[in-house]
Design a protein around this ligand. Structure first.
Ligand code: SAH
Length: 520
């Protein structure tokens, strides 16, 4: 008995992109088994060998048939498109064999021949979108529960993987790709590049480069692979490119690299590496996990108290924490709680508790302002030079009362400074308001952090006091209603070009800002 199973991935479709071993294997086989369309693609190599071809959904019977003929002593070629181990026939054939008690020793010989999978062939046609950590997700819920597919999309989106979506859509499965886009938009910008490749390296090949927002406006079908870029993927001259690394350690336009080879692996050159920024977080996560395991082993406690996260500050303009307040905060946080000072004019508390309302009430009793943390609006007012510039304080308080803690598509900081010095940096916040000569200047779309940090655009000067609160509220309402999930305010302003009548200007045509004298 010299039967053998040759499980062959023939690549995207053209003979040129098939491996030499795949071609040989088809030639040396006695029988070829595969889905009709695939048989047609490699018919030249098959010649007049017997063929067993079945429909798309009959994969199990194809695998059973293949095993049967191999056991009868035939060399059987089982063909899959792309790679036979990627949503192909390889696993299925092994499953059928194992069910029948197959072992390497006693059973028929099996050879799995690798092929170029769609993620690679479609990636090559798009440019170089894969490059970095990537994953494949099949949107077919025929064999996998949709709830699990949904979780995988969310996890991959969250972790910034480049994602290749296989089986994105068929005649009957049309909602899956719509749902996938919706989940992705919760974590990625609408401008994220997306590549659609249909029938790569086959007769009816089609390539489209679009973005996450517009991808559904193009044809997507059974023969399409959808490639979603990560947060640094960009489009250049009709190609989709993902840079090799996130933070450039290399300079591409200089012959001499800023970092010499021996410097590149130094700690300072890699502030993002595991043993640096993440060290503390990793330690805490590991400790928490160990603690959970310990508790589970002792079976002392079944549930864990939730961690209440909140922002605490002494006042809108007041930046002074009284000693008694510090003591109260420390007591309320307790030895398991955590207190952090942040650049956002508040202390961040993380308190394990089963009674969040109780904690909040105690903090308020101590005369503190309590606000939620996350994708909410935070008012960051200056200290008005300890109350000297009191004219503007009521407006800051009013904005705080009406807007602080409001849930938005993404966190938003509203900077409010009481004089033209703007020494608390209001103009760099998402929205900046500066009180000057009895009226308000308004800045929109600043970005405080990142390599492309920039001030907001000065959109209006001299807004009369009674108009400032309604003006800001209108802007916030527009952003709340029309901002995409996770879209920062400055991106939103850039995309919609106009918010509440204030027009976005490209960076190079920025208006000039006069620097006022101290205290003006
Ligand atoms: N084993 C195959 C995948 C089979 S699942 C592989 O490794 O590529 C079928 C899905 O693969 C299709 O819905 C499509 O998303 C993708 N696919 C396979 N061949 C393709 C091709 N030539 N062009 C574009 N997508 C392809």
């Amino acid at each position: 008995m010299s039967g053998k199973l040759l499980i062959i991935g023939f690549g995207p479709g053209s003979v040129d992109h098939m491996t030499k071993r795949a071609r040989e294997a088809i030639e040396e086989s006695d029988i070829v088994i595969g889905y009709k369309t695939y048989i047609d693609l490699v018919s030249d190599l098959i010649g007049d060998k017997p063929i067993i071809s079945t429909g798309m959904t009959e994969e199990v019977s194809r695998a059973q048939e293949a095993v049967k003929w191999a056991e009868r002593g035939k060399k059987v070629a089982v063909i899959s498109s792309g790679d036979a181990g990627v949503y192909g026939m390889a696993g299925l054939v092994y499953e059928v064999l194992i069910e029948k008690g197959w072992t390497k020793e006693s059973g028929v010989e099996v050879e799995v021949i690798p092929g170029v999978s769609a993620i690679n062939s479609c990636g090559a046609l798009l440019g170089a979108p894969i490059m970095h950590d990537a994953c494949t997700i099949s949107l077919s819920d025929h064999l996998t529960p949709w709830t699990l597919i949904e979780k995988r999309i969310e996890a991959a989106a969250m972790a910034d993987f480049v994602i290749a979506l296989y089986n994105p859509k068929s005649g009957r499965r049309t909602r899956q790709i719509v749902e996938a886009q919706r989940i992705l938009l919760r974590y990625r910008s609408p401008e994220t590049p997306v590549g659609l490749v249909k029938s790569a390296y086959r007769a009816r090949q089609q390539i489209v480069i679009t973005d996450l927002e517009h991808m559904l406006e193009y044809e997507i079908g059974m023969l399409t692979t959808v490639i979603i870029g990560n947060s640094s993927t960009f489009v250049h001259d009709g190609m989709m490119i993902t840079p090799r690394g996130y933070q450039r350690k290399y300079t591409l336009d200089a012959l001499e690299q800023p970092l010499k080879p021996h410097e590149r692996l130094r700690k300072e050159a890699e502030p993002w590496a595991l043993d640096q920024v993440k060290a503390e977080r990793v330690r805490r996560t590991a400790e928490a996990a160990l603690q959970k395991i310990a508790v589970r082993q002792n079976e002392q406690q079944e549930t864990f108290p939730d961690i209440l996260e909140l922002a605490v500050s002494p006042g809108v303009a007041n930046k002074v924490l009284a000693p008694e307040q510090m003591i109260a905060i420390a007591n309320i946080a307790g030895s398991d709680g955590k207190m952090m000072y942040t650049p956002d004019h508040y202390l961040k508390l993380e308190i394990p508790t089963a009674n969040p309302d109780d904690v909040i009430a105690k903090l308020k009793e101590a005369g503190l302002i309590v606000a939620p943390i996350g994708d909410v609006l935070t008012v960051k007012a200056c200290d008005f030079c300890d109350g000297e510039k009191t004219d503007a304080i009521p407006y800051a308080k009013q904005l705080h009362e009406q807007l602080n803690g409001l849930a938005l598509p993404k966190e938003l900081k509203l900077g409010f400074n009481g004089c033209g010095m703007a020494c608390y940096g209001a103009v760099r916040e998402d929205i900046g308001i500066v009180y000057r000569k009895g009226a308000f200047d308004l800045f929109l779309g600043g970005k405080t952090i990142g390599r492309n940090a920039h001030p907001g655009q000065l959109v209006a000067e001299g807004i009369p006091p009674h108009e400032i609160v309604p003006t800001v509220i209108r802007i916030i309402q527009e952003y709340k209603e029309h901002g995409h999930p996770n879209e920062r305010f400055h991106k939103f302003f850039q995309r919609v070009k106009q918010v509440s009548g204030f027009v976005y200007q490209e960076a190079n045509s920025k208006s000039k800002i006069e620097v006022p004298a101290c205290g003006e």
